[in-house]
Write a protein of this length. Structure first.
Length: 297
């Protein structure tokens, strides 16, 4: 049996933490209006902001930040009633059923919808395709073939099929939001640029070979494209957070990167946005809504 290199073993605890995190009638907001009364934020860890200070809200296991992008959006649109039920590890199933987390249970996220919403946002889908598992497998397999693409070889077309299988779940979620909150503007928020938009990456700092970096980049773009397609089909707004975060991926230096690597250098979960990343995602949402956009520090 081939021995796993030391660098792979040393990353195991970190990638396991990622798996735990991610595996853990109102007046509609018009295109030219920047204010909302009731705003409900749904979604997974890319909405919640795990480990970005200040951590707030219940249950504590959702790792929800008071500086996450929904908080940026709530301030920007002047929401008078802001409810954030996003939770790390959430999948589309957790929209309609309670999600068990450390130290508690997050109620079904759709329970927060009363019908009086002006704005609803969400990030979802990454955990449906197995985001935490993918990071773990690639961090352990890719270094074994630094000139190859071991992770791509392991998965084949599995992830493309998972994305296709998630599409009807997104469509169903959008349909249910439309039924529960008929007067709301709905924004489907895509995922930011986790890896460099071009080039080989930064092996071994981020332990993905150039071949796997290119493949993973394509998988994320395919996931975002699916979300954009489903949003368009449902008449919702798709928010591109990938483009405005290019050049601030996990391979960049501290202060430049808005996405933390497997070994974070600022308070945030591995492979997740830090405070600057959350500000950037919030700015992208506000721009899509036609609201004033704050500068990202």
């Amino acid at each position: 049996m081939r021995r796993v290199p030391t660098v792979c073993r040393s990353l195991f605890a970190v990638v396991a933490a990622v798996v735990a995190l991610v595996g853990t009638a109102g007046t509609a907001l018009a295109d030219d209006t920047e204010q909302a009364g009731r705003y409900v934020a749904l979604g997974d860890s890319y909405s919640a902001g795990p480990l970005v200070p200040p951590q707030s809200g219940r249950p504590a296991g959702c790792l929800r930040s008071g500086s996450n992008f929904p908080s940026v959006v709530a301030a920007g649109v002047g929401a008078t009633d802001f409810v954030d039920v996003s939770c790390s590890g959430a999948t589309t199933a957790d929209f309609t059923a309670p999600q068990k987390v450390t130290l508690g249970e997050n109620p079904a996220q759709f329970d927060a919808l009363t019908g009086a919403e002006d704005l609803v946002t969400f990030t979802i889908g990454g955990n449906d395709i197995g985001f935490g598992e993918i990071i773990q497998e690639c961090a352990l397999r890719s270094p074994q073939q630094p000139l190859g693409a071991a992770c791509r070889g392991f998965y084949g077309d599995q992830l493309n099929r998972r994305i296709a299988g998630t599409a009807p779940k997104i469509a169903a979620a959008l349909g249910e939001i439309g039924t529960r909150s008929p007067g709301a503007r709905v924004a489907v928020v895509g995922y930011p640029a986790l890896l460099p938009d071009e080039g080989p990456g930064c092996f071994p700092v981020v332990p993905f070979s150039p071949g796997d970096v290119a493949w993973l980049r394509g998988i994320e773009k395919d996931l975002n494209a699916m979300l954009a397609t489903q949003a368009g089909a449902a008449g919702a707004t798709y928010v591109d957070t990938y483009t405005p975060t290019i050049g601030h991926d996990m391979c960049q230096l501290p202060g430049v990167k808005w996405i933390e690597g497997l070994l974070p250098t600022s308070p945030a979960a591995p492979v997740h946005p830090n405070a600057q990343g959350m500000e950037a995602m919030g700015a992208a949402v506000l721009a899509a809504l036609g609201a004033p956009v704050p500068a990202v520090a």
